[in-house]
Design a protein around this ligand. Structure first.
Ligand code: AMP
Ligand code: ZN
Length: 691
């Protein structure tokens, strides 16, 4: 032991002569390295977060070089979160897809005072209280990012992706110097920080000047450039871009803070860049005051914003409100009035989707709108065309909110050309000529030639292999098109007949990619039944419905034999969905496909394991979950209820079977439960009941 210490010290200390007293001193190298890192982190923080430099660039560089040298000479002290690692240099060829520990939802939008009041009414009803506090934040316009910290150390950064899984871009994010990699310890220790990667307008303009000067084309807008930067392969390139990160949410299971505001204020204190614009509001009127103020002042901000995000401040309220399938109930975005331009409608073309749905598209005289050139806009359906009374040659108003796709919101009738003819909606499929149909209640026209209409055939295969469906690696859109053109596949079941030998002769397919493709296809046989159901491409059966169906019917055979009544009796399955399932599964061509998939080993029933965890113990029961839980999380409780046949409801009513209550259930909820004589069950009793 002694020997080891001695050895360690002589190797990791160095000696120098102090000018004043000529005494030899030894300074531990590790301490020196740590001190330098701390100092440089502080300078970075002052400069990039507080915008207040406390050291000259020259002196900073000297210290950084010194640290670099010490680290190089003493590799055992390597730390990926050292300030020396922020210059980048890692090259990522392809970014790993990883699951988010907590889903990244999108936000519902609102556009008026009425929308906000409706929202407030909904949440007041669920919470059973009218006394609420809100936070108002600007909606930063960039690319969302999720930063993971473990034991106070930055470990991982993942893009939002589809909300369930995103791309891991850790090396690139590490180069953004306003993001603390080792935040001050006076905070929660395991957490995720959510924020927006943005390009401040000044930095963006400077980047464009440089590009133009070197003969390159200018970037279109800060948001796309920020989001594109995250996917650059060379992190040293990312380091050169003036990216910034504004934080808006702390996600943690540590119950240190009671409100959203408090958690963000503390995040700012430990080094995160949380804009000071965040404001508390006690009513929707106060919220609107914030909105109106920033609608004007936003033009003076150093970055772009397209609205305000309003959140319920109490974290316990947030938990009680939970999420819809898309967005938190406890937050809502308020969009600033969109920018508008006018241009001319040159042509209406019609697109055929994978389900045969027809979408009319306006082809416009190109015009610049909010930083991008707009050439096309969706017209949605025949009703929309009629409603707008739009004709070829018309001057139309185009608007762009936060969405990428611009909208036509009206026609300038004063400019209508004299001979403009009324728009007559097409009656036959533009791709295959089949007569279009439109069922009552449907917004869209459909081409019913499912198996003979090219975009439908191609679209269905594309959908089948897509990430949220069968997630087949090694098979992209172009390859599918090639395989289809060469006659190797006509439908998704054909994919499973492909072999390396069959695809190798094709142009542009090398042995390695052929092998990857076949491996990917084989691997997809493990994809769970619910995703298979989604992949089949049954009209109106999206991800959520597919999940419900899989859970309820458990096997494809049960689903095939279900009649209309059985289908609509399933929670959230309406007439329209039920009919579409019946149409699909009674069609002999689709049945053949399903049977072929089954034969090659694609999952056509839910796994043994998920069956094991399911029961009918709570069948027919409607349960409200309220309060704070300690043994298992609220989401797990909800899953338990559903797995055991129960239904989770957000608000207490006569239909409520019982309330699953944790600590701190709201007083008004309690009163309501009492007045309706609804039983209240504790977490422990509930778990006992199920075990
Ligand atoms: P949307 O993409 O329109 O559904 O809006 C949701 C996105 O807004 C989130 O994924 C965030 O990236 C972004 N966002 C920007 N600012 C905020 C904010 N202050 N609070 C929450 N989300 C925000
Ligand atoms: Zn067609």
């Amino acid at each position: 032991m002694y020997f080891y210490t001695l050895f360690f010290e002589t190797n990791n200390s160095f000696f120098y002569r102090s000018k004043t007293n000529l005494k030899f001193m030894s300074i531990n190298i590790q301490d020196k390295i740590l001190a330098l890192r701390k100092e440089l982190n502080k300078h970075n923080y002052n400069y990039y977060v507080l915008d207040n430099a406390t050291i000259s660039d020259f002196d900073f560089d000297i210290k950084l070089k010194e640290l670099e040298k010490l680290e190089q000479e003493n590799p055992i002290f390597f730390d990926p979160n050292s300030p020396t690692q922020r210059v980048g240099g890692t090259v990522t060829k392809s970014f790993n897809t990883v699951f988010h520990k907590n889903r990244m939802y999108s936000l519902d939008n609102s556009y008026s005072k009425e929308d906000l009041l409706d929202w407030e009414k909904r949440i007041q009803k669920i919470l059973g209280t009218t006394v609420l506090e809100y936070t108002c934040e600007l909606k930063y316009d960039g690319a969302s990012i999720n930063l993971t910290y473990e034991n106070g150390q930055f470990v991982k950064a993942v893009t939002r992706g589809d909300g369930f899984q995103g791309d891991e871009v850790t090396a690139n994010i590490r180069t953004i110097k306003s993001i603390p990699l080792t935040p001050n310890s006076d905070f929660v220790s395991n957490f995720e920080m959510r924020g927006e990667i943005i390009l401040p307008i000044k930095g963006f303009n400077k980047m464009n000047q440089d590009r133009l000067a070197s003969g390159e084309e200018a970037y279109k807008n800060p948001r796309n450039t920020a989001s594109g930067s995250l996917k650059l392969q060379d992190s040293a390139e990312v380091a050169k871009r003036p990216l910034d990160c504004l934080l808006y949410q702390v996600v943690t299971s540590e119950r240190k803070y009671k409100t959203h505001f408090e958690s963000l204020e503390n995040a700012r204190k430990v080094g995160f860049k949380v804009p000071k614009t965040i404001t508390l509001a006690k009513s929707i009127d106060e919220v609107l005051r914030f909105v109106n103020e920033w609608d004007t002042k936003r033009h003076d901000l150093p970055y772009e914003t397209d609205g305000v995000v309003i959140k319920v401040n109490s974290l316990q309220h947030q938990e009680e409100l939970g999420y819809t399938s898309k967005a938190p109930r406890w937050a809502i975005a308020y969009k600033f009035k969109a920018e508008q331009v006018s241009t001319i409608l040159n042509e209406i073309s019609y697109q055929v989707g994978r389900t045969g749905a027809i979408t009319p598209v306006a082809n416009l005289e190109p015009v610049e709108l909010a930083g991008t050139i707009v050439k096309r806009a969706s017209l949605h359906n025949a009703d929309q065309i009629q409603k707008l009374e739009i004709r070829l040659g018309d001057t139309v108003f185009v608007e762009k909110g936060g969405e990428i796709i611009p909208k036509i919101i009206g026609v300038d009738f004063s400019k209508r050309p004299q001979n403009a003819k009324e728009t007559i909606y097409i009656s036959n499929c533009p791709e295959c000529g089949t007569k279009l149909t439109r069922k009552e209640g449907d917004a869209k026209h459909y081409c019913g030639n499912e198996f003979g209409c090219k975009p439908q055939i191609a679209g269905r295969i594309q959908h089948f292999i897509s990430r949220k469906a069968m997630d087949i690696d090694g098979l992209g859109g172009e390859t599918v098109e090639l395989l289809r053109k060469e006659g190797l596949i006509q439908n998704y079941a054909d994919l499973y007949d492909l072999t390396v030998q069959k695809v190798l002769p094709l142009e542009r397919i090398a042995e390695k990619s052929a092998k990857n493709m076949i491996d990917g296809i084989n691997k997809s046989k493990q994809i769970p039944f619910e995703k298979v159901l989604f992949a089949l491409g049954i009209r109106f059966v999206g991800e959520t419905v597919a999940k419900k169906l899989a859970k309820h019917f458990k096997t494809i055979d049960h689903l095939i034999s279900a009649d209309f009544e059985t289908l609509v009796s399933v929670d959230e399955i309406g007439d329209r969905i039920a009919q579409s399932i019946i149409d699909f599964l009674s069609n002999s061509a689709s049945l053949t496909l399903v049977n072929r998939l089954k034969k090659v080993g694609v999952q056509m029933s839910i796994s043994e394991e998920s069956i094991k965890n399911q029961s009918d113990k709570l069948k027919g029961q409607v349960i409200v979950v309220s309060g704070v839980f300690y043994q298992i999380s609220r989401n797990e409780l909800k899953k338990l209820i559903e797995d055991n046949g129960g239904k989770v409801s957000a608000s207490i009513s006569k239909k409520t079977s019982f309330i699953l209550a944790g600590d701190n259930m709201g007083p008004s909820k309690l009163a309501k439960a009492k007045s309706l004589e609804i039983q209240i069950i504790s977490e422990q009793d509930f778990l006992d009941k199920l075990s």
